[in-house]
Design a protein around this ligand. Structure first.
Ligand SMILES: NC(=O)c1ccc[n+]([C@@H]2O[C@H](COP(=O)([O-])OP(=O)(O)OC[C@H]3O[C@@H](n4cnc5c(N)ncnc54)[C@H](O)[C@@H]3O)[C@@H](O)[C@H]2O)c1
Length: 395
């Protein structure tokens, strides 16, 4: 198949690009390096150096024999994206090209505006490029489990039947996100649903939990093919921060009570899930929503897991609760359904002690590059004194 991967330089995008190329699909990767730009502006650079997309494509071709096409450009620019879709004529588009940091989206006006404009324009342009240039193309969009928030009822897979005053109907499951970034994903889903039910495009919206891991078949070929690994408070996920803290001998920082539960998955399972979605596409006029995670952990459970495996490897990892910079429930009910991808054939890779040990060993090889000043929270869920934040980021 011809597969267009938007955000192909990113943490998920780059391994996805290698994965589909290795499966002998024709792959075109697009990125505008927004992630690298913001990381530099906020002093949140990745732990390992990642060569640029063109260089990585060349390294991968040399190591594997599989070609990857690359275009550098902005998906929020409709003419650019429309032209790519017209020329490449994709059968599937995997859309990762968004600003994915919740803390960044909460820094101030400029960062919030950039997140809103970038994410909604990119999704809107993908929809219109498909409508006008490739109407049969299947859009596989990365959403997030964070769209649902933490409601005090079971979370269904995208949809809910509601009975009201004796009548019934099916609706998108209610969503109440906890950051502006997550809210842009809610708005994306609404846009996609509007165009699916009105113009009959085909869409899979993957409600993904936080992803962890560095190892994939492609990345294991050469350290220069590793996905980006951020451990700071802006781009670093909880698991990455804990791994780096354990290796650096800094206490693992739990935000508040640590009872926040989320659904996690291994990077290898993200690759499986998008492959299943692409190779078993949604029908025309269908918005297929799948909850994409394999295991639930609370923040405290993850801290204990990393501490336990770390101590077996000789790392002195302490755990320390700090004031929560976010507005979120620190203890709550959480019971999301996640049957759809298992029914499509997903075979989960769980977070075993071996998996944690392998990640800790990988981080330890780069221990001298850890900058401990990047780890503590710099962003609070509060209106900054001035609308423009101190980061100097501009749109
Ligand atoms: N990583 C996770 O744990 C996770 C969890 C749930 C959902 N997601 C979603 O998956 C997607 C990918 O996440 P990621 O962790 O790989 O993030 P990432 O920032 O590493 O990757 C996104 C890539 O998209 C690019 N990009 C952003 N806007 C662009 C634009 N307008 N034009 C071209 N390229 C653009 C960035 O430069 C970056 O390389 C995001 O949509 C994110 O919301 C990620």
């Amino acid at each position: 198949m011809r597969i267009l991967i938007l955000g192909g330089d990113g943490y998920l995008g780059w391994p996805t690009v290698m994965h589909f190329a290795a499966r002998r699909h024709e792959v075109l990767a697009v990125d505008n390096y927004l992630r690298r730009t913001i990381a530099q502006q906020t002093r949140s650079e990745a732990l390992m150096a990642n060569p640029n997309l063109n260089t990585r494509a060349e390294l991968f071709a040399a190591a594997s024999g599989h070609d990857i096409q690359v275009e550098i450009g902005d998906c929020a620019d409709f003419r650019f994206l429309e032209d790519i879709v017209a020329r490449f004529s994709p059968e599937a588009i995997i859309h990762y090209a968004e600003q994915p940091s919740a803390p960044y989206s909460m820094m101030g006006f400029a960062e919030a505006q950039r997140t809103l404009n970038n994410n909604l324009n990119a999704t809107f342009n993908v929809i219109w490029a498909v409508l006008t240039r490739a109407p049969q193309c299947h859009i596989v969009k990365l959403g997030t489990m964070g769209e649902y928030g933490t409601p005090n009822i079971d979370i269904e897979e995208g949809w809910i039947q509601i009975e009201h005053k004796g009548r019934k109907d099916k609706f998108l499951y209610p969503r109440q996100a906890g950051s502006l970034y997550h809210t842009t994903k809610v708005l994306d889903t609404d846009l996609l649903w509007f165009y699916v039910r009105t113009y009959g495009i085909r869409v899979t919206d993957l409600m993904q939990g936080p992803v962890y891991g560095l190892s994939t078949e492609g990345a294991d070929l050469d350290d220069r093919l590793l996905p980006n690994f951020h451990y700071d408070d802006i781009f670093g996920t909880l698991v990455n921060r804990f791994l780096v803290q354990a290796v650096a001998g800094i206490p693992l920082t739990v935000y508040g009570k640590g009872g926040q539960v989320r659904g996690y998955l291994n990077l290898k399972d993200t690759l499986q899930c998008v492959t299943l979605a692409v190779e078993k596409p949604a029908a025309s006029g269908e918005l297929r929503i799948l909850n994409q995670f394999t295991e639930l952990f609370s923040v405290n459970q993850l801290a204990e897991r990393v501490q336990h495996v770390g101590s077996q490897m000789g790392f002195d990892a302490q755990v320390r609760a700090i004031e929560n910079p976010r507005k979120e429930k620190e203890e709550h009910y959480y019971n999301p359904v996640h049957q759809g991808l298992l029914e499509l054939g997903l075979q989960p890779h769980y977070m075993t002690d071996e998996v944690l040990a392998k990640m800790l060993a990988q981080v330890a090889r780069y221990k001298d590059r850890i900058d401990s000043a990047k780890i503590m929270p710099r962003v609070r869920w509060a209106v900054p004194a001035k609308a423009a934040s101190a980061s100097g980021a501009k749109d």
